[in-house]
Design a protein around this ligand. Structure first.
Ligand code: ADP
Length: 319
């Protein structure tokens, strides 16, 4: 279905983001790309729909080089879901979902039926939601629309780049379950980027664990857990199950009370545990923000307290 043959990406200033990787994503597979921040996941994903040009190697889709596709058809035939869904604010939900079907010149009544079907698929009442503007939806609902918009023109392949990481834990869980259900019914090939190993374990048929632009291990969740090829994989799998699994900054932070110093570095509420650790190793205190507004803070004591509680409660639940 999607085959990478010794694919590399070197950015202009010399960063080797992806270093001669080869793998195949099978038809109908839920394929997860995972690894530490900066390991090359997003670059790998964006090369598939030519949002980023390759520096070397070849990518094939159904046996055809991606460079041989008409760029518009390639993009229309590959659904794409981003972390922060960019729905067009002045358009209704129906119009947002209909963008690619319209580009593909579908008939009006076919588009209407498709929008109804898609909204129903993710539990949003079509009669209510199709006429709403994005600002009249919660974050979780907008993200759900982002997912179905990517499915609208029935693409064979869907690329998802951390699509649920900006959501609160409940919406996230709901959407993960939706996507598992969707995958079972529609049998699309999904390539999904995440840094959350628990999410990967839950969703993936196979997981591709990357580091420094290379593939460290590619296998089923069970293989990564039971036959890790090295300590990096072992640590990533067990470390993830220890602290990453249900990590939620809200559990760690103190809500803000006006007079805290605002000059401290900031992190968004959906930041990963690695980002919190990195920043708190350099700073005493960090501010937590949601939609650009400071809502709380964490300091080293809170981090230590959180970690000691996760170790006590969480254990190695995935191992
Ligand atoms: P990940 O998705 O795993 O966090 P990325 O694919 O975004 O990793 O990035 C891989 C490496 O390439 C990182 O070192 C990053 O800084 C670098 N990089 C990403 N995008 C660009 C760019 N447009 N220009 C230069 N370097 C980039």
């Amino acid at each position: 279905m999607i085959t990478f043959e010794t694919v590399s990406k070197v950015y202009e200033e010399g960063t080797r983001a992806v270093d001669s990787i080869s793998f195949t994503v099978n038809k109908g597979e839920f394929f997860v790309l995972i690894g530490p921040s900066g390991c090359g996941k997003t670059t790998t994903l964006k090369m598939m729909n030519r949002l980023i040009p390759l520096s070397g190697g070849t990518i094939f889709i159904n046996g055809k080089k991606i460079s041989d596709f008409n760029i518009h058809e390639l993009r229309w035939d590959i659904g794409y879901v981003l972390q922060q869904i960019a729905l067009f604010p002045h358009m209704t939900i129906e119009e947002n979902i209909a963008i690619v079907p319209e580009l593909k010149k579908w008939k009006k009544d076919k588009i209407h039926r498709r929008v109804t079907e898609l909204l129903e698929m993710v539990g949003l009442d079509p009669d209510t939601y199709r006429y709403r503007k994005p600002s009249e939806l919660s974050g979780g609902e907008q993200q759900r629309v982002g997912v179905i918009r990517a499915l609208a023109a029935d693409p064979e392949i869907i690329l998802m780049d951390e699509p649920f990481s900006a959501l609160d834990p409940l919406s996230r869980e709901k959407l993960q379950n939706d996507i598992i259900h969707l995958q079972k019914t529609i049998k699309k090939t999904i390539v999904f980027v995440t840094h959350d190993m628990k999410e990967a374990m839950k969703l993936a048929d196979r997981i591709c664990l990357m580091n420094d632009g290379k593939i460290v291990q590619l296998g089923t969740p069970e293989e990564l857990i039971h036959q890790p090829v090295n300590d990096f994989v072992r640590d990533f799998v067990s470390g993830a199950s220890l602290v990453n699994s249900s990590f939620n900054l809200e559990d760690m932070m103190e809500p803000i009370h006006d007079n805290k110093p605002l000059s401290s570095p900031r992190l968004p509420i959906n930041a990963s545990i690695e980002e919190v650790l990195t920043l708190l190793s350099k700073h005493e205190l960090i501010m937590i923000e949601r939609n650009g507004e400071v809502i709380g803070y964490v300091n080293r004591q809170m981090l230590i307290r959180y970690l000691s509680e996760s170790v006590a409660v969480g254990g190695n639940q995935n191992v």
